[in-house]
Design a protein around this ligand. Structure first.
Ligand code: C2O
Ligand code: CU
Ligand code: CU
Length: 482
């Protein structure tokens, strides 16, 4: 029950027993939720400085519930969540529910919670939002350090009527987060880190270095969350393809076979891996490693849109903002102890409503600049973030096409709060995959267009680069929907 969240079948007992046997694979703790009142999920948690296990060591972190990463918040479509959050840090912070379509008056990035202060976050989980999301601090100027120090956790929204075809899958959350330790402290930012975004020495899976996952079924469902500040991931699994089933905003229409999965900071993706033989298979990341002999190649560019088969074609050489940290390195290891019985992939996952760009009433344009040439300014349309200024205004219910051009020299994963969007074009090339996203990477020189509907919710919300160092230094704007 704890593991899959739902099933009350005989198979559950079996799954559970086997899951207990797999004691080596770490998972973030699950937030304890009180559901004694029907339709209501009540929980409390706090952010604090705490000792936690990170990269195999005990270190001081800033964490939610004292763990690295923080506890997983598991909620269901349609339920009302009442979450009381306490700031036990010695600095100001707040909480953001990344990707959830909830009112900006609740999910308010401009709120400031002083040390010792508590705040009640109450919202209803939108219908048709099943998927993998996350939460992290969002106080302008503080996000980069607080996130790097460990303040991040996953939110899993379960469907009211789950895909029966997926009930046999071994369901695992994989929080990708990197860290540098300095003794038993998380390393602080250098001035270089403030430019590039801080890249940690260790790439961790659920806080551990290369953990082993022992498969208990012929189908793995891996929910990846890139909760790193600035590290991009290019994931591959020895001898297996990754069948993409969900992006930031939930299921896509049908599984999409990938040899390599790209994840920019802030992005999520769920994949199914079919296991048909015993063995030991590693999950590799090669994003920051200079993956080919083609020299410097931009790495975030393709996102998941880089084609359904084969390695992503090498892109034009360009300035690489991220240091090369070596060769492809294993992130985790999958052990399949005996030949599993084959589990087919679901043929159909969901039906997505395609937003029609031709009915857009507005087409705002955003130019990102990172000031490599002129000091250290991270700007959108030449302006630095001002919480008192509305940069973009819109009417609730209308549709808009956003154009985001990266005129800088660094990668910028562009993120919009509150309203999920569909990417329609990259550098004039139509996007093949119909998917709900809330982050889209924009490489230097690229122009991305996406379509968004400002459905039902009104208020002031934000968009920004999801490298929090860039955001903290001004690469953020306010969208007001009325
Ligand atoms: Cu994950 Cu505005 O952020
Ligand atoms: Cu967000
Ligand atoms: Cu950026």
């Amino acid at each position: 029950m704890l593991k899959t969240g739902a099933l009350a079948t005989a198979a559950t007992m079996l799954d559970w027993t086997l899951a207990l046997a797999d004691a080596t694979f770490p998972s973030p703790p699950q937030l304890e939720v009180d559901r004694s009142q029907r339709g209501l999920a009540v929980a409390n948690f706090a952010a604090s400085r705490a000792r936690a296990l990170v990269a195999g060591r005990t270190a001081w972190i800033l964490g939610y519930g004292g763990s690295y990463p923080g506890p997983t918040v598991r909620i269901t479509e349609g339920e009302t969540v009442r979450l009381t959050f306490r700031n036990d840090l010695d600095q100001v912070t707040n909480l953001h529910f990344h990707g959830l379509h909830i009112s900006p008056s609740v999910d308010n990035p401009l709120l400031e919670l002083a040390p010792g202060e508590s705040h009640l976050y109450e919202f209803t989980v939108p219908l048709n939002s099943a998927g993998t999301y996350w939460y992290h601090p969002h106080l302008h100027g503080h996000v980069a350090e607080q996130l790097f120090a460990g303040l991040a956790g996953a939110i899993i929204v379960d469907s009211r009527d789950p895909q029966p075809d997926l009930s046999l899958a071994d369901d695992h959350l994989i929080v990708l987060k990197d860290v540098t330790l300095n003794g038993d402290e998380i390393a602080t930012h250098t001035s270089m880190d403030w430019r590039r975004g801080k890249i940690g020495d260790y790439s961790l899976v659920n806080g551990a270095v290369n953990p082993t996952l022992t498969a208990t079924s012929g189908l793995l469902r891996l929910r990846f969350l890139n909760a790193s500040n600035a590290r991009y991931y290019r994931l591959r699994i020895d001898g297996h393809v990754l069948n993409l089933i969900a992006t930031d905003g939930g299921m896509i229409e049908k599984p999409l076979e990938l040899n390599e999965l790209h994840l920019a900071p802030g992005e999520r993706a769920e994949v199914l891996v079919q296991l048909d033989r015993s063995g030991t298979f590693r999950v590799w990341d090669s994003a920051s490693a200079g993956t080919s002999s083609h020299g410097a190649i931009g790495m975030g560019g393709g996102g998941m849109s880089g084609g359904s088969r084969g390695m992503t074609a090498p892109r034009r050489p360009q300035f690489r903002p991220f240091p090369s940290v070596g060769r492809a390195h294993p992130l985790m290891t999958i052990v399949v102890p005996s030949t599993p019985s084959a589990v087919p992939l679901p043929a159909r996952l969901s039906y997505l409503d395609r937003l029609d760009p031709s009915i857009a009433q507005d087409s705002p344009s955003f130019v990102l600049s990172d000031g490599m040439m002129m000091g250290s300014a991270f700007l959108i349309n030449g302006r630095s973030f001002d919480p008192n200024r509305d940069d973009t205004v819109a009417r609730a219910g209308s549709v808009a096409v956003w154009q985001v051009r990266n005129q800088g020299m660094m990668e910028h994963p562009f993120h919009l709060h509150t309203y999920p969007f569909q990417v329609i074009e990259r550098n004039g090339v139509p996007e093949a995959l119909l998917a709900w996203r809330d982050v889209v990477n924009v490489s230097p020189g690229e122009t991305v267009r996406f379509v968004v509907r400002y459905s039902d919710l009104t208020g002031r919300t934000v968009y920004h680069c999801h490298i929090p160092e860039h955001e903290d230094q001004g690469m953020m704007g306010v969208l007001e929907v009325s």
